[in-house]
Design a binder for this molecule. Structure first.
Ligand code: DC
Length: 216
């Protein structure tokens, strides 16, 4: 069974998805990490985001593996490297390219095939797994999300300012919501959860209760 969790950056979906997967004994797929790894590969190859033909060619010779929540790009562990702010921006730009989306959607379906999995991203309920019986959309106000992102960056020792983080989130939101293919959107049958004012355990409690109710 596939459970999908979508939502904007900073809505808490990765932490919630990981927590839910642990409670259910499911695997967890962070699809944002896949877009980040592709963005890293494109950046390293010095390919402009507008050069779709070269990106297609690059993807054809790229091996992306996700064992135990690590991200391996052509067998190199890039798990930490792809969390940098520059890669966040590049990932949201590369995610606009239709061929990149089509390729990653295929890889995501392959990875999830026959498994119990919590899949987290922007288009998991709307495009990748439309038949999932359990879909969630996590949301939070921009200020809450910016504060979370600041705390996250602080933990990693990355310096930034609240106004810069807020501005970067706004730009990413706009790009993620307005792209033609696979925009960030709540599936019609997704349960919408506002996470402002909720701690992570409270969010996971709600997700778990809903899934268990669905499972009967
Ligand atoms: O979840 P994240 O912040 O790590 O995602 C990085 C970028 O990847 C995000 O700005 C948009 C893109 N993304 C996407 O387009 N579709 C997904 N399913 C997951 C992420």
């Amino acid at each position: 069974m596939i459970v999908t969790i979508d939502g904007p950056a900073g809505s808490g979906k990765s932490t919630a998805a990981r927590g839910l997967a642990q409670r259910l004994g499911f695997d967890f797929l962070n699809t944002g990490a896949m877009y980040r790894a592709v963005a890293l590969a494109v950046t390293r190859a010095n390919i402009p985001i507008g050069d779709a033909a070269r990106i297609v060619e690059l993807l054809g010779r790229t091996l992306l593996e996700m064992p135990n929540e690590r991200v391996l790009l052509n067998q190199e562990d890039v798990t930490e490297l792809i969390r940098q702010p520059a890669i966040s921006d590049a990932a949201s730009r590369v995610a606009v390219v239709p061929h990149v989306r089509a390729t990653l959607v295929g890889w995501q379906r392959q990875i999830a095939q026959g498994r119990n999995m919590v899949c987290e991203g922007r288009d998991q309920g709307s495009v990748v797994f439309p038949d999932s019986p359990c879909k969630f959309y996590l949301h939070a106000g921009l200020e809450t999300r910016a504060a979370r992102r600041m705390a996250e960056l602080g933990l990693k020792g990355c310096a930034s300012t609240p106004s810069r983080v807020l501005e970067e989130l706004k730009i990413r939101d706009e790009r993620d919501q307005t792209r033609d293919v696979g925009p960030l959107i709540a599936a019609d049958d997704a349960l919408w959860i506002e996470t402002d004012g909720l701690n992570i355990d409270q969010v996971v409690d709600r997700l778990e209760a809903h899934v268990r109710c669905r499972l009967g």
